[in-house]
Design a protein around this ligand. Structure first.
Ligand code: ZN
Length: 243
């Protein structure tokens, strides 16, 4: 009787693909690699990662498909990424990644430390001053997280083919600083993938494989002009239709 591994590699890859790719972003928790049920997927279908334990050959082949064919979401927290076996050991296999830039989604480790440090000072501030402080603190936090994630992509993900930056929830309650944050996004990440580098000649650092860079969730005409016009990036088709 023929074994699974006697099948041609292309057929095996198709089977791996059916079992391991999901039509949603995968968010990897930091220490969950050994427990397949801890893969967190938006939706109901989880990758059948038990396949990775069948034998070495199947594991090696399936690993490439699992990490290369799914879309992985880079967590906001640098501490999660640094502590995560998935990002450390397999980030170099990622080909499709997304990063959501959301001011509400702050780095808990970072925030807790800062809050502890400023607690006494906050107590002496007025309500308006406290709100301003919190706003600026979250902005700083997000900026740091953006540049960390930018360097992560460039340094570790040499096979990356598509990168999507989601700015849908990039807002503060007063809406005062969204455009500036998007401009910072260019300085921190997008300039490395500028389709026609105008300011920085960055082809040396940009992963060669990256062909598809998108920014989705843009709101105002000014934001769209900047990203699609001045910078020349792609966005969601629906956004371009309405632009
Ligand atoms: Zn603001």
């Amino acid at each position: 009787m023929a074994n699974f591994t006697d099948l041609p590699r292309e057929i095996r890859d198709q089977i791996y693909k059916l079992l391991l790719t999901v039509g949603a972003e995968i968010v990897a928790h930091p220490t969950c690699f050994e427990k397949p049920t801890d893969f967190e997927v938006e939706g109901v279908i989880r990758p059948a990662v038990a396949l990775l334990r069948v034998n070495k050959q199947i594991s090696d082949e399936a690993t490439i498909l699992l990490y290369g064919d799914n879309t992985w979401r880079i967590p906001n927290s640098f501490h999660y990424v640094r502590g995560s076996e998935i990002y450390q050991d397999h980030g170099s296999l990622f080909r499709h990644i997304t990063a959501h830039l959301d001011r509400r989604d702050t780095d808990e480790f970072h925030t807790t430390r800062r809050v502890r440090n400023i607690y006494e000072r906050l107590a002496s501030l007025t309500m308006v001053e406290r709100m301003r402080h919190t706003h600026d603190d979250r902005s700083d936090n997000l900026s740091q997280s953006i540049s960390i994630r930018g360097s992560l992509v460039v340094l570790h993900m040499s096979l990356i083919q598509s990168l999507t930056l989601v700015v849908d929830n990039l807002f503060c309650p007063s809406g005062c600083c969204r455009l500036d944050t998007i401009k910072n996004l260019y300085e921190d990440i997008l300039h490395m993938f500028d389709p026609e580098p105008k300011r920085v000649l960055c082809q040396a650092t940009c992963p060669r494989s990256l062909k598809d860079v998108r920014v989705t969730g843009l709101r105002s005409q000014a934001e769209k002009d900047l990203v699609y016009g001045e910078w020349g990036f792609k966005g969601a088709a629906v956004e371009q239709d309405t632009a």
